[in-house]
Design a protein around this ligand. Structure first.
Ligand code: NAD
Length: 699
């Protein structure tokens, strides 16, 4: 069994060796053993890691593409104007790492390989599309669309052509010469286009920035009722997880954008708070109606943003957001009542008052739902919100902002700004912010809570979990298997409340695993836009790598692999896919039983007795959720009573309608979302004592 820790290094050594050997000899003449020898890895181990030479080549292309993409994002971030960004794309294409004669020769060998390998061809098409769309995005700012498209095509072809010249190792053309040639070519074409006899072109164009990227929003942020941009912000590329294709390019908020958003919220909030809850609720209910009318389009956007299958997003994402707007819109008139407290002839009364400017920070697994679950209670209580989606999924929240304003929300009350872990603190530390609600991981939660404590902001923390799902031997077995699958594989396992530690009583273990294996292996993995697909990709390459590393740990630490355990072979291209995976014979001390994986990896653990399983289920730093399957309802209530978690299910799993409170205990967070309980987290009580008689003072 390979040791954990060595595998990533050996894989990398094999990929590096493949690049060298293929650069020297082409892909056809080279065998897996040649590459393994160069890498100093045994051929058997190379086969174990990659299965075939073709898969190793695919991984090698992937690593080149990843490097290119990372370099491009960094270079684009540093460039300030469209013309400078075009130069950045050109420079990155001829970067010394990619344009080294050996690497160029390997690229060429991949083109040869693509003539016979469908999967290699797909990757090269992705690369070609990416280069073209990176050029086109900025050309379209400078030129009319048709001219921009022509020039993008030409410049991309010129870059490809220079790669062919560079591969003639005896007479390489060189980096600087290649950059200069491409720049000259581009300048000439830009000048011609701007002087075209039709007079359509102009290099100082006022063209609105259009884009052929599938999901490009009008601008990165939504502030004070309209889209806003500041191209000084770091570039955020939105990638479609099923293909790795760039579908939008946005900018992280600069400090100036953060200030604008918070100032707009602060300005708008008092007038909104002065409206009746009924009037506020009416706007939210209109927003719910619009979301339902546009469910299909919103769901498709959510699928592009996250990679989750459309069969899920049409029933679970915008619809759940709409439910939150409808629920909080509907309860507003009664839910915000205060009380009257008789005190003899005097009395007191309480009022529920808003907090002011609230910040919402989202994770990437349910972008639209998270935006709505935070916006709905915040707004209905009379607050304003600045929401920052995850940098992995920047698109959905902008649509929610558009819809709220279309429904009549006054400007400034729901603002969306983009950004990452560097942007979040600008919001959390801002003195004008009264509350922060975070959905994210435990480490982020600790940082955000600590920062918010600095000036005693209100905080809600919706964090991670490693929840237990306990199946007793009297349970309805098919329901329990179905519950375990829903609680591990929905949204490709990227659900915080997942029951990832499935404790199965020993008497039914064999039958449980048999049925689970059959149903898991029958799941349809594939194109998320296909209605039939049940399992899509992970949200990002990084998340896919993380999940695969846990699968490897599971194997290395001695768990028994029952289903899955790798990359599905029916999907190709650069999608971030992982097979739904089941491990049995998992013990409490294994990494896969202790740490949150946030992917489709189910751990099945055996148990004998009720007391034992409760103790083991509670032996975790997390306390988000839990579940029990049993026909004995007395036992079910007894067990959930003793489980340390915020949300529990009996004979079902992971259902979270907005009517019920949702949230965690222990390290999984505090505060609750949804239900009447959420109102308490977005408002505070003001108490008024009313004296009805003369003041009696002892002095
Ligand atoms: P993450 O913690 O990496 O990021 C969450 C958000 O916090 C992102 O928007 C990120 O940009 C922002 N952020 C990061 N550092 C920050 C800082 N120092 N200050 C302010 N903001 C900061 O989490 P993720 O990877 O996006 O999401 C996965 C995690 O979220 C998992 O742990 C999952 O369990 C959890 N989650 C919890 C719930 C829940 O309701 N309990 C729901 C969904 C996801």
């Amino acid at each position: 069994m390979p040791k954990v820790g060595m595998e990533p290094m050996r894989r990398k050594a094999l990929v590096d060796a493949a690049l060298r050997v293929i650069g020297d000899h082409g892909s056809l003449a080279v065998t897996m053993s040649d590459i393994a020898r160069q890498a100093g890895v045994s051929p058997a181990l190379a086969h174990h890691y990659f299965g075939s030479k073709e898969q190793l080549l695919i991984e090698t292309i992937r690593s080149l593409l990843r490097q290119l993409r990372n370099d491009t994002v960094t270079a684009l971030a540093a460039a300030r104007t469209p013309r400078a960004r075009l130069s950045a794309v050109i420079r990155v294409s001829f970067h010394a790492d990619q344009f080294a004669p050996d690497t160029v020769a390997a690229w060429l060998a991949f083109y040869a390989e693509a003539q016979r390998s469908e999967e290699t061809r797909r990757f090269l098409v992705i690369y070609a599309r990416r280069l073209r769309s990176n050029l086109l995005a900025d050309l379209k700012v400078l030129l009319p669309a048709d001219a921009a498209e022509r020039i993008a095509e030409g410049a991309a072809a010129m870059i490809d052509g220079l790669y062919i010249r560079q591969s003639l190792k005896s007479a390489p053309i060189g980096i600087e010469a290649s950059i200069a040639l491409t720049e000259d070519y581009l300048n000439a074409l830009l000048a011609t286009a701007s002087l075209s006899p039709e007079g359509e072109g102009t290099t100082t164009s006022n063209h609105p920035r259009t884009n052929d990227m599938k999901a490009q929003p009008k601008a990165s942020h939504f502030i004070d009722g309209e889209y806003a941009e500041d191209t000084d912000g770091t570039v955020i590329e939105s990638l479609y997880p099923a293909t790795g294709e760039v579908i939008a390019r946005l900018h992280a908020a600069t400090p100036a954008i953060v200030e604008r958003a918070i100032a707009a919220a602060k300005r708008a909030q008092p007038e909104w708070a002065a409206m009746s809850p009924m009037a506020r609720g009416r706007i939210l209910k209109r927003a719910a109606d619009i979301m339902r009318e546009r469910n299909r389009a919103l769901s498709e956007l959510e699928t592009l943003d996250t990679g989750k299958p459309i069969q899920e997003t049409v029933v679970a994402d915008p619809t759940s957001g709409a439910d939150a707007f409808e629920f909080f819109g509907g309860i507003a008139p009664a839910g915000l009542n205060g009380s009257q407290i008789p005190l003899g002839q005097d009395f007191a009364y309480t009022k529920r008052v808003p907090l002011g400017v609230c910040v919402g920070i989202g994770a990437w697994n349910y972008p639209q739902q998270i935006a709505c679950w935070k916006a709905a209670p915040a707004l209905v209580c009379g607050n304003a919100m600045v929401f920052k989606p995850s940098e992995n999924t920047p698109l959905g929240a902008l649509k929610i902002a558009e819809i709220l304003h279309e429904a009549g929300l006054p400007k400034g009350l729901f603002n969306v700004i983009q950004g990452d872990r560097d942007t979040g603190p600008l919001l959390v530390n801002h003195p004008d912010v009264a509350k922060v609600s975070l959905t994210g991981s435990v480490p982020t939660g600790r940082r955000v809570a600590a920062a918010a404590a600095g000036n005693l902001k209100h905080v809600t923390m919706e964090l991670g979990g490693k929840s237990p799902l306990i199946v007793f031997d009297d349970a309805d077995l098919d329901s329990a298997v179905g519950g375990a699958m829903l609680g591990n594989f929905y949204s490709t396992g990227q659900v915080c409340s997942n029951g990832t530690r499935v404790f199965v009583q020993k008497a039914i273990k064999a039958e449980f695993l048999k049925r689970l294996k059959v149903r898991t292996e029958a799941m349809l993995i594939g194109d998320p836009m296909d209605e039939a697909t049940q399992v899509g990709p992970m949200v990002s390459w990084a998340q896919r790598e993380k999940v695969i590393s846990y699968i490897e740990k599971g194997k290395a630490e001695g768990a028994t692999l029952i289903a899955g355990g790798g990359i599905p072979n029916n999907v190709s291209g650069e999608g971030y896919y992982v097979q739904p995976t089941v491990f049995a014979d998992v013990t409490d001390d294994m990494s896969i039983a202790r740490e949150e994986i946030f992917g489709p990896v189910m751990s099945v653990l055996d148990f004998d007795a009720e007391d034992e399983v409760i103790t083991r289920a509670n032996a975790s730093e997390f306390g988000l959720s839990g579940g029990v399957f049993t026909a004995d309802l007395t036992r079910a209530h007894r067990v959930v009573d003793r489980l340390e978690a915020g949300t529990l299910w009996i004979n079902t799993y992971n259902l979270c309608p907005v009517e019920i409170p949702f949230g965690g205990s222990k390290q999984s967070g505090f505060g609750r979302e949804n239900s009447l309980a959420a109102l308490e987290h977005y408002s505070e009580l003001k108490t008024v004592y009313v004296g009805m008689g003369p003041v009696v003072a002892p002095y």
